[in-house]
Write a protein that binds this ligand. Structure first.
Ligand SMILES: [Mg+2]
Length: 349
């Protein structure tokens, strides 16, 4: 067993605090995307704070509600679970009207219904800023449960979808490229925003940022192939963070070919306009909510023989018995990961 401390230099401030909390509370339930408790339920909780995780001049309340549910569902997908119940705590500013609650809950229920999630309770209280804290409960999939710690040397590193698009969408919103500013302060405006948010023909990158889709069916496809063998997590804080978290939890190294990581054409276009290497957004942008996993090479080989139809994953590297994550880009050695570029949850404001 290799020392896991080889990745301690790659932890963000938030992750260091979480490591301390784990040692203070003891036990082994903290560390994956959900807590896997003895009765085989998956439980995950997440908070979204105005000004930190969302801005109301960039997103309507309906969009905030959708995203709050979707990111919690993504944690259930990260362990290949089946979502069941949702609890919603809303801390609302004093001027938050009943119509505002209605708009917020429109987005919450839209997303919950799409994924057959039952809103089972919650709490409302006053606060200076709008804050949502959601808890989702899911069942373990009948084929098994995947965690971050199941990767072994020789496994293939795989990922769904494409990376960097959410950060590209955020860039567009911040630079005022899309007319979503001054979102919804009136009921009529909110209704217009909510209906816009359900239009999947809108800008690809903006849509990826404001309306993430949890990769639940993709995770079920994987666990049907692997059972509980292998590793999985969702890339909520960027591809770099996902790779580090899996490598660290599994005490393995990785070799990643960045040229194999899918990047949408729109993401490349926006990055070019921004004068940014799109790989920066892929690795550190975050909020793509794609899945990153490790699968036995033989199982992967058999799956590939069936063709790419019905397989939502692409290979991006291999798991090694080393203690580092080595990157190449189209075969050439790429700069090492720089975790200071990740979203810092506990950075001073
Ligand atoms: Mg997660």
């Amino acid at each position: 067993m290799k020392a896991v401390s080889s990745f301690s230099g790659l932890l963000t401030g938030e992750q260091k605090i979480i490591e301390s909390i784990k040692s203070w509370v003891g036990g082994n339930l903290i560390g994956d995307d959900c807590a896997l408790i003895a009765c085989q339920l998956l439980v995950s909780t997440d908070a979204l704070v105005e000004g930190i995780h969302f801005r109301r001049d960039l997103m309507s309340l309906g969009q905030v509600g959708w995203k709050a549910v979707a990111v919690n569902l993504s944690d259930i997908a990260a362990m290949a679970g089946r979502p069941r119940y949702l609890f919603v705590n809303v801390c609302a500013p004093p001027d938050f009207a009943e119509s505002d609650f209605r708009c917020l809950y429109q987005g919450i229920t839209d997303c919950a219904r799409q994924y057959r999630l039952i809103v089972a309770g919650g709490d409302i209280t006053k606060s200076e800023k709008l804050m949502l804290s959601l808890t989702v409960i899911g069942d373990v999939h009948e084929n098994g449960c995947l965690t971050r710690s199941g990767a072994k040397p020789g496994d293939v590193v795989i990922a769904t979808g494409d990376f960097g698009a959410s950060r590209a969408g955020l860039f567009q919103l911040l630079s005022g490229q899309v007319g979503n500013r001054k979102a919804a302060t009136t009921q009529a405006r909110e209704n217009a925003e909510t209906s816009k948010s359900t239009d999947h023909t809108r800008d690809y990158a903006i849509n990826r940022h404001i309306r993430p889709l949890p990769r639940l069916s993709e995770s079920w496809t994987l666990v049907a192939k692997t059972g509980s063998t292998g590793a999985l997590m969702d890339a909520s804080d960027g591809l770099a963070d996902a790779l580090v978290q899996i490598a660290r939890a599994s005490s393995v190294g990785m070799m990643i070919e960045l040229g194999s990581v899918p990047i949408h054409g729109k993401t490349k276009k926006v990055a070019a306009e921004a004068g940014v290497d799109p790989m920066e957004w892929v690795l550190y942008g975050g909020e793509d909510y794609e899945l990153v996993g490790c699968i036995d090479a033989n199982v992967w080989g058999e799956w590939r023989k069936e063709g790419s139809k019905g397989n939502p994953f692409v290979p991006i590297g291999i798991v090694t018995d080393g203690t580092t994550i080595d990157l190449t880009r189209h075969g050439a050695v790429a700069p090492p990961l720089d975790m200071s570029k990740c979203f810092q949850h506990l950075a001073p404001t």
